[in-house]
Design a binder for this molecule. Structure first.
Ligand code: FAD
Length: 153
């Protein structure tokens, strides 16, 4: 197996083709990682969310990352990490950006169901306010593992 670094273009293309990743944030030296759906555009990742621990933490410490991977098998995989800053797309300051995020995320089937469904199930509140945020990407890194069979093919 050979592991190569991915170029910035390869990292971007991979993020553009993916929709599920792991958001990492931290507070007081405690990491917190959770699955989220997202849409990537160059320099930004857009997310639909509910209020909760992650948004409270990211408001306090906006330094976050998103990890996305595709694992074919033990020796064929790729993994990209986007590190950057949390920015809540609140109104009226970010109305245009919020609508942009909504239009991008709407293209993903049932993009709203996981966060809202989970929260409503737990809290029994049907009028939960959703929010949109983006991660402004500072750095992108990616690793690509190529198995022996794939190399010789
Ligand atoms: C496939 C998939 C896609 C998802 N997509 C989105 C999305 O696009 N946007 C979104 O906002 N949410 C999404 N979720 C749900 C998300 O992972 C969180 O569960 C949810 O957003 C609540 O996070 P919170 O920090 O607000 O939790 P809170 O409700 O504030 O958390 C309370 C406690 O619950 C625990 N907890 C919360 N979430 C999880 C979890 N996933 N697994 C284990 N323990 C947990 C935490 O440890 C915390 O202590 C998705 C989940 C899955 C499985």
């Amino acid at each position: 197996m050979v592991i190569n670094e991915m170029t910035q273009d390869e990292c971007g293309a991979f993020l553009a083709s993916a929709s599920l990743g792991r958001l990492g944030c931290s507070l007081d030296n405690q990491p917190y990682v959770l699955p989220i759906h997202f849409v990537y555009e160059p320099d930004n990742v857009y997310v639909f969310s509910t209020f909760g621990q992650k948004t409270e933490w990211m408001r306090t410490n906006p330094k976050v990352c998103l990890e996305v991977d595709e694992i074919t098998n033990q020796s064929e995989w790729r993994s990209v990490i986007a590190s950057g800053r949390y920015q809540e797309l609140s109104e009226p300051q970010y109305t245009a950006e919020r609508e942009h995020a909504r239009s991008l995320l709407e293209k993903h089937c049932r993009w709203w169901q996981n966060p809202l469904g989970e929260r409503q199930l737990r809290l029994g509140n049907k009028s939960i306010t959703p929010l949109f945020f983006r991660i402004q990407i500072d750095t992108l890194t990616g690793l690509l593992a190529i198995g022996e069979c794939a190399q010789s093919a």
